[in-house]
Design a protein around this ligand. Structure first.
Ligand code: ZN
Length: 417
């Protein structure tokens, strides 16, 4: 079987035919080149307007990289024609295998982008002996196409979340769609300011914003403000994942402070290495950790009391009726305010202030488990943390949309991946 026959099977172009296929003798890596030429008498299509136009001249040959075969690099070799278009002037013809000035064929770019969902970009580059930049630009093209072709109708529930990136003090705001039948990353913005979320609502548009019915978020003030302003009609829910994460942060603060204090006063370091004992759910502790937690709980430490308050707060989520949940919340806040533990008191004050939004959790009961936003949050962190070599916001944004956006791809993209 000729290679040409195979190429005609896997990648056939209506107005172009394959010429000779040859092994490139002097290449640094095993390489095959397949000549392409226009079908006889076929007029070129203007890349500007998409119409057949009379030819003008022919440019020097260009090489377009196709999917490698058996570890052998494959290139299409073609001399693009220019057309004289009465609308667009002198233009390069449209070539169905290529886009713009890209050196990779469309098919190869979709192929690399497909693998980049399963492996890190570096691994993809290594596996197919290409460069990180080629993988990145392939993903970039896939994301641009997917974002331009995605269906944004019927979005009723969204979750707003933030993640830290680039060591600490930089944040990204992420908005997910969390409807039961469609869960995906919708939008990313730099920072976590009111301005950031306003940009999301501008992107979503007035009509689609008015169709929102549920919005989950944490207690971050700029978000609360913007949500009230832009989607006041929707039920705004403070979700469980974010509340429990904040409680954990408060405990962490109490523990760090108290550990320092105990050390200063010369006590045995009971709190050393206790961080995970206190942050894990009891049922997730290992056999070794369990007795250590039991030992720790014998001390009447602020840390321990905070821990018990947090464990008790778990009960809040098991209520069915907003009324009784509200009663529980009030009692918990009163007791926490008497605890004389400042980070916990701060938490109680915050919860009190947002009582109605907290109770919305029960009004939307059954609709949104905390697992959805938490799951997305974990995946987003994993994506940015994996050493993809992100130096820029644009690269991180591209990776997140690619991994979590559930973006569509053209039908042809699925043939090779
Ligand atoms: Zn034209």
């Amino acid at each position: 079987m000729h290679l040409k026959t195979i190429l005609n099977r896997v990648q056939n172009f209506k107005s172009f035919v394959y010429g000779p296929v040859r092994w490139v003798e002097d290449a640094s890596e095993p390489t095959i080149e397949a000549q392409l030429r226009p079908r006889a008498n076929g007029r070129a299509i203007c890349s500007g307007c998409g119409r057949r136009r009379p030819g003008y001249d022919t440019l020097p040959v260009r090489r377009f990289e196709f999917i490698p075969m058996w570890g052998i690099k494959v290139f299409f070799v073609y001399a693009p024609r220019r057309v004289s278009c009465r609308r667009c002037g002198i233009r390069v013809e449209r070539m169905p295998w290529a886009a713009g000035k890209h050196q990779l064929t469309e098919t190869y770019a979709w192929f690399l982008a497909g693998w980049a969902k399963r492996l890190s970009w570096k691994e993809v580059a290594g596996a197919f002996r290409t460069t990180w930049d080629h993988v990145f630009s392939s993903v970039e093209r896939a994301v641009a196409w997917g974002r331009a072709h995605q269906d944004l109708s019927g979005i009723e529930a969204i979750g707003v979340d933030e993640i830290a990136w680039q060591r600490g003090h930089h944040y990204l705001t992420l908005v997910y769609q969390i409807d039961a039948d469609c869960r995906r990353l919708l939008w990313i913005g730099q920072e976590r300011k009111a301005k950031t979320l306003l940009r999301f609502f501008r992107w979503l548009g007035k009509d689609r914003s008015s169709e929102l019915r549920y919005i989950c978020s944490d207690m971050w003030k700029p978000y609360l403000k913007v949500i009230a302003k832009k989607a006041g009609h929707a039920i705004h829910i403070l979700d469980r994942f974010h509340i429990m994460a904040n409680l954990s942060k408060a405990i962490d603060q109490v523990r760090a402070e108290e550990a320092r204090q105990l050390k200063r006063e010369g006590y045995e370091p009971v709190l050393t290495n206790s961080r995970w004992l206190l942050l894990k759910r009891p049922e997730n502790l290992t056999a070794k950790q369990e007795p250590r937690l039991a030992e720790l709980l014998r001390y009447n430490l602020k840390t321990v009391r905070s821990y018990l308050l947090k464990e008790e707060f778990q009960l809040f989520w098991s209520y069915k009726s907003p009324y009784w949940a509200g009663q529980f919340l009030d009692r918990w806040c009163t007791r926490t305010m008497r605890s004389q533990i400042e980070p916990m008191k701060k938490m109680a004050r915050q919860l009190r202030r947002h009582r109605p939004l907290l109770l919305n959790w029960f009004r939307a009961k059954g609709q949104f488990s905390s697992g959805i936003v938490e799951g997305f949050n974990n995946k987003a962190k994993l994506t940015t943390r994996k050493s993809y070599g992100f130096r820029t916001y644009h690269a991180a944004e591209t990776a997140l949309y690619h991994a979590l956006g559930a973006l569509p791809a053209p039908k042809t993209a699925h043939e090779f991946f």
